[in-house]
Structure formats: C-alpha cells, structure tokens
Design a protein around this ligand. Structure first.
Ligand code: EPZ
Length: 418
C-alpha cells in the first residue's frame, strides 16, 4: 500500500486550483439514474470515490463517457439492474444515494446496508423512514435493504436530525413522485443546493434548497441535463489551513469564498490573513497562531469535515482551545496519531482540549479516515523532520492529486509505494 513521506518546514508559497466538490459530484452522478436521457456533468474531480460511483452506475447498466476535460456524460436509458452490491457499497457509503433514484424511476432498489465506518455507526434510518412516508415498502434482510413502490407519492417529511445524504436521497426520490413533497429540517449544505440545481436542469421542480425547508413538485419524467459541479469547499479549507500552518502565502483559484464563511472567520480569529476575490482566496500564515475553540455544526456552522485539520492548527497555536464534535460520535481517530507527533490533546467524550505547543516532531503515523489522513499530511508539513503516513488510500478518496498540488506550493512531499 502507498505511503506519503513529508519533510516539514517549508512555507507553502504559490497558487493552486481547487477541484470540483466530491460531495456534490456523488449525488449528481446518482441523479442521472432518474432519467432515460443523457446527463452531462463538468468539473468533476478525479477521485477514487467518483470512480467507485461510476463503477456502481455501470453495473446498474448505465453507459458512461468521460471527455478529455474530465466532463462525464451518463446515459441511463439502459438500466437493467437495481441492486447495489456489498462489494461496492462497503467501499463507499455514499452508494446509498442510488436508492432514492432507483425506487423513484423503477419502483424498486436492493441496496447493501452501508455498515458503519471509522467515524461512526452512520445509520440510514432517516433515508428509509422518508421513503416509507412516500409510500415505499422497506424490507431488511441478509445485509440488504429492499425498497419497492408502485409509484412514490408526495409527503411532508420532518427529519429528526440534519442529514446531508438523507436530504439528497429524498429530494431525488421526490422529483418523480406523484404530488408535492416538503422536506423539513433539511440539510442546507451547498452540495444540497448544487444537487437541486442539477435536478432542475433535468426538468425537476425543486424549491428552497439551501434552507431547512425544501419543496419538490413531482413530475412524470425528467429530461437530460447539463451541470457544472461547484468547487470543493473542504479541499479549499484544507489548503487554507496548510498555508496557515507553514507561515505560507497561498492563493487558491477556481473556488468560491461564499461557501466558507465559518472557516474563514475561525482562521482569521487564529490570526491568519485572508483576502477574497470572486473565485479566489489568498491565505497568509502568521508568525504566531492564536488559540481558538470550535464546535462542529451542520452548514452554515463549522464543518465537521474540517475538524481534524483545525486540530493540527490548534496544536501549534499559542494557548489552549477545545474542539467539540457534535455530528459524528467517533471523529477523533486522528488524535492518537497527532499525539505521536507530540501534540498535547486530551479527549473527554465529544470534546478535545488542545494545548498548543511550539512544534511537532515527525514520526510514522497511520491514516484512519479521509479527513484524518488530510490532517496528518498537514501535520507533516509543519512538523520538524520526516512524517510517513500509511494507508493513504483514505486520502485518495477525497483529495485530487494532493501531493502534486502541495509540491507545486514548495512542500517537500512524495508518495512512496510499498
Ligand atoms: C455527508 O455524510 C458527507 N458525505 C460527509 O462527508 C459529512 O461529514 C456529513 O455529510 C456531515 O456534513 C457526503 O456528502 C457523501 P449525515 P452523511 O447523514 O450524509 C446521523 C467526507 O469526509 N444520521 O449528514 O452520511 C449520522 O450518523 C464525508 O467527505 C442518522 O442518524 O452524513 C450523523 O451522526 C465524511 N440517520 C449525522 O446524522 C440517518 O439516516 C449526520 O450525518 C442519517 C444520518
């Protein structure tokens, strides 16, 4: 398995482009199942999770063409299989996103239960309850969900808690339901808005995306569509932290600062200098980082997908801060790895107290999940000496060519196979 070797100490200087958002690409790809006409998506990132979703659509019978600019055209006129198998679903939980479209268009779906993952049990009960409210029959057995419906009907669905893919799954299902569906306590993430824009380009009638109440007026069929995926706000913020940690001066292009109000405010509080353009963000790291505290919340609150990265910054700040994780029950797997680099972090329940230190010292560490692996790369960039990160397949799921982008900024980083 590949590893990443980082030698710390180089300030990151220069400019790099941001890729399309993984968490907008995955639902948009699933949405192509809703129509027999071709859907064209541009600006998709070249990531393992995207490849997995394309493989999943392919085994359903979709035909997929990828052009030289990494645009993808999906033709789901020939869907001949409504089962999402365990061997694919277990590698990517977001496979659950094909369930709503399959039930809505074909009246059936057989989806392997995703199972838990490193950051939590991550049930899908709210996805299933919503489909039942729309008239689907849900049976569980043999590790699979079997959902059937003659035709889904509109419903008013109030989510017990905010779920991003739950909102996306039911929004997609509702586009072909008979009547109107109202989703309340819906996720407001930009990726939900992006999916709504994609669906509306296919002839759907989705209103209110980006607010906690989304209304979908069902139609009999959808057309083909064209959509450009929005920039990845988590990739953007990850590189912002990298610049802040290394006393760097980095401009991120092809991004959207309006998606990042909370991370920008928090980094400015830590003493980081940030300038914003229309589609650029320039970040200058300070000599000394100030301690901050943060609590993760659904959008527009501080993103849970950035919690691990910020913990590295806090480990090198002057003073103490606390991180409170309110979304997932086990998203501190990176703490023990950061402690190997000398970080002073104490975890109590869903909170971690971080005592800033003048430096971290490189050591071999192991990635446990996607964002934890990114945090270990960031720590290696700032640590003294060499850091070797194993199990980097985690990072390839969500970051396009991360070591190439960091190399372009002057990092001393390389991928070593074996
Ligand atoms: C999405 O996951 C993202 N993934 C995650 O990004 C992100 O961390 C998460 O939203 C929160 O922002 C994609 O969009 C593909 P949730 P999702 O449903 O939808 C509980 C990354 O690093 N819950 O919003 O699976 C759940 O256990 C990934 O890119 C239920 O209890 O997350 C969690 O505690 C990691 N029942 C909370 O809700 C349900 O039916 C929020 O989960 C659904 C969720």
């Amino acid at each position: 398995m590949d590893k990443i070797l980082v030698r710390g100490g180089n300030p990151l200087i220069g400019s790099i482009p941001i890729s399309g958002a993984k968490n907008a690409t995955l639902p948009a790809l699933a949405a192509s199942l809703l129509t027999a006409e071709k859907v064209h998506l541009s600006g998709i990132p070249h990531l393992r999770d995207v490849t997995t979703m394309l493989e999943l659509l392919g085994q359903h019978g979709a035909s997929i063409t990828i052009d030289e600019r990494l645009g993808v055209e999906i033709d789901c006129s020939g869907i001949n299989n409504t089962c999402a198998p365990y061997n694919l679903v277990r590698t990517m939980r977001a496979s659950i996103l094909v369930m709503g479209p399959l039930v809505a268009r074909f009246g059936e779906a057989e989806i392997s239960l995703p199972g838990g993952c490193a950051i939590g049990s991550r049930p899908v009960d709210l996805h299933l309850r919503g489909l039942e409210a729309m008239g689907a029959k849900i049976e569980l057995g043999g590790g699979y969900i079997r959902a059937t419906a003659s035709r889904l009907h509109g419903a008013r669905i109030v989510f017990d808690l905010v779920t991003v893919t739950g909102t996306e799954n039911l929004m997609m299902a509702a586009t072909l339901a008979n009547g109107r569906t109202i989703l309340e306590n819906a996720a407001c993430e930009p990726e939900v808005v992006d999916l709504a824009n994609c669906l509306n380009s296919m002839g759907a009638h989705v209103e209110g995306a980006g607010t906690s109440t989304i209304t979908i007026h069902g139609v009999d069929k959808l057309t083909g569509g064209q959509h450009r995926i929005l920039p990845d706000r988590i990739e953007t913020a990850t590189f912002m932290v990298a610049a802040a940690l290394t006393n760097g001066d980095v401009t991120l292009t092809d991004t959207d600062p309006s998606l990042l109000h909370s991370p920008i405010a928090k980094l400015r509080e830590a003493g980081v200098e940030i300038d914003m353009g229309q589609d650029t963000i320039t970040v200058r790291g300070p000599e000394k980082l100030k301690a901050v505290s943060l609590k993760t919340f659904p959008y527009p609150g501080f993103p849970t997908d950035l919690q691990a990265q910020m913990m590295v910054l806090m480990s090198l700040s002057e003073g103490a801060g606390t991180v409170t994780e309110t979304i997932f029950e086990n998203r501190f797997m990176h703490v023990s790895e950061l402690q190997r680099l000398g970080a002073d972090i104490t975890v109590r329940g869903n909170s971690a107290m971080v005592m800033g230190k003048p430096k971290l010292v490189g050591a071999p560490v192991m990635a446990t999940d996607l964002r934890a692996s990114a945090c270990l790369v960031l720590a290696g960039l700032a640590a003294e000496g060499e850091t070797i990160i194993s199990r980097v397949y985690h990072i390839d799921r969500g970051y396009e060519r991360i070591e190439e982008k960091l190399l372009a900024l002057g990092a001393d980083i390389q991928r070593i196979s074996g």
